[in-house]
Ligand binder design. Sequence first.
Ligand SMILES: [Zn+2]
Length: 68
Amino acid sequence: MGLTMTTLTVKCPTCHKTVTWAAENSFKPFCCERCKLIDLGEWVMEEKRIPGESLELDINENEDQFFQ
Ligand SMILES: [Zn+2]
């Protein structure tokens, strides 16, 4: 039984695999680079979609004010 050290583990947000929170794990809280990129990609897509919609509304409002 060599596992007496307190090892912090987290669940990978993408695939829910148990990940050891180790200093050498540069992808934490993800288990691997692939899961990190998948989560990052979804986040970037959502970030782009939300301002994209509000930007269109802002442009329309500005045009209405401009022509009045
Ligand atoms: Zn994962």
